[in-house]
Write a protein that binds this ligand. Structure first.
Ligand code: ZN
Length: 422
């Protein structure tokens, strides 16, 4: 009795553990993929609001989709082209993978059934212009606007329910331009670049496409993969890419646009950066260029360039200050250097009020001599000579204040005689 009870409890425990393992592993998704127990599946759906994050993809932009480590978004451009697009669609269906397709208007016009198949399979459908011109970076608005709108019109016309069209756009050839992006964003359309391509539009082997897809994904650890569903090499590479994604523990994320009924997935701004700044990234620790704005700007106007002795046409080379230094500066104004300077001759003036002029001049010379020389003896020959050199240099340079009358003739006389000896 006792023995069988232990066996039962052990079996229950094993079943429980297996249950947890199944839930934690992507294999659990096979349950959602009837007939394909080994499918990669789609791990989650990410709902994005194009108005909050209008440009995504680190190939060109600062932000990308807020993916977790080992999450991948598959995207396919330039279709639908039945010969290859249908094969790609079948492979994705067999793996229960949901992807995003960027449709060319002329392709949708020629093959509207291909667009409907994508929607019916649950994929996200965005657009990719009407005719795929590779000149978006230098087109005027009267050219690029009809290109964008034509693609949207023909793709949505191919759909049974045009509201299924996602407000996602990928610029052909990624030939971005601010005017194009501004126009798309003004219409609430999200501009999609990518995080890495696999060069499947180039004349490379399908093996190379597979290698590049995996290598570049491994280098970033997550991201948006750019592929094309109109290429034979992509069709050939895709099964290997999918198998390898699963073997390496990657998970597929399906991206859909937010709607009034379907709010965006809650995220934080930092999640939209591929690799948020961390203590281990050296560049994150560089101080920012100082703006030279103090907290008391209302009472202390910013210095004019002329005040900083700036050369016309050049920025002054200001010292870099950290925020901490700026705070201190705003709280404790730095006193002027002149406040602590003792004008040459002033020591002699001070002493001359209590000593004879001759004695005062000797002591003043010692006081204004560098420490090293003074350390030996104020009366010594070296000290006198150094004092004379200083006096000579001081005589040549413009002085901050008028020297004492008594010091001038002697300094000049001594300097002249010292010069003769040199
Ligand atoms: Zn394209």
């Amino acid at each position: 009795m006792i023995g069988s009870g232990v066996v039962l409890r052990t079996r229950s425990w094993i079943v429980l553990c297996l249950g947890f393992l199944t839930v934690g592993a992507p294999a659990a998704l096979a349950a959602d993929c009837p007939g394909h127990p080994d499918a990669l599946g789609t791990s989650r759906t990410l709902v994005v609001d194009p108005r909050e994050h209008p440009r995504i993809g680190t190939m060109q932009y600062r932000e990308t989709l807020p993916l977790k480590d080992h999450e991948v978004v598959l995207t396919f451009d330039d279709g639908p082209l039945p010969k290859y697009s249908n094969q790609v669609l079948k492979m994705l269906d067999d793996e229960c993978i949901k992807a995003t397709f960027f449709i060319i208007g002329s392709q949708a016009k020629a093959n509207p059934e291909g667009v409907r198949k994508l929607v019916a399979a649950g994929h996200t459908v965005g657009t990719h212009s009407m005719n795929h011109p590779l000149t978006f970076n230098r087109m005027p608005a009267e050219k690029f606007e009809p290109e964008i709108n034509g693609g949207i019109e023909w793709t949505s016309a191919a759909m049974t329910d045009p509201s299924k069209l996602a407000p996602f756009f990928r610029i052909p050839g990624l030939m971005r331009a601010e005017g194009v992006e501004d126009y798309l964003i003004s219409r609430g359309i999200q501009v999609w670049s990518a995080d890495f391509p696999a060069d499947d539009w180039r004349h490379v082997s399908s093996d190379r496409v597979y290698q590049l897809a995996i290598q570049r994904l491994e280098a970033k650890g997550k991201g948006i993969l750019l592929l094309h569903d109109i290429q034979a090499r992509t069709v050939a590479a895709l099964p290997k890419i999918i198998r390898d994604l699963k073997a390496r523990g990657y998970r597929i994320v399906h991206v859909v646009p937010a709607t009034p009924e379907r709010p965006a997935t809650p995220t934080t701004p930092v999640e939209w950066l591929l690799h948020p700044p961390t203590e281990t990234v050296p560049i994150a620790r560089w101080p920012s260029v100082p703006s030279f704005v103090f907290t008391q700007t209302r009472t202390l106007p910013a210095p004019a360039l002329a005040d900083l002795n700036a050369q016309t046409g050049h920025q002054p080379l200001l010292p870099r200050r950290t925020k901490g230094q700026l705070d201190v500066a705003s709280a404790l104004p730095v006193p002027g250097r002149a406040l602590f300077a003792i004008p040459e001759g002033s020591v002699e003036v001070l002493l001359s009020t209590t000593l004879s002029r001759r004695a005062a001049a000797r002591l003043a010379m010692a006081a204004e001599t560098p420490h090293a020389a003074r350390g030996k003896t104020a009366k010594g020959k070296i000290a006198r000579l150094q004092g004379r050199h200083i006096a000579h240099a001081a005589a040549a340079a413009p002085k901050p204040a008028a020297p004492a009358k008594s010091a001038t003739p002697r300094s000049t006389r001594v300097a002249t005689s010292a010069k003769k000896r040199a």
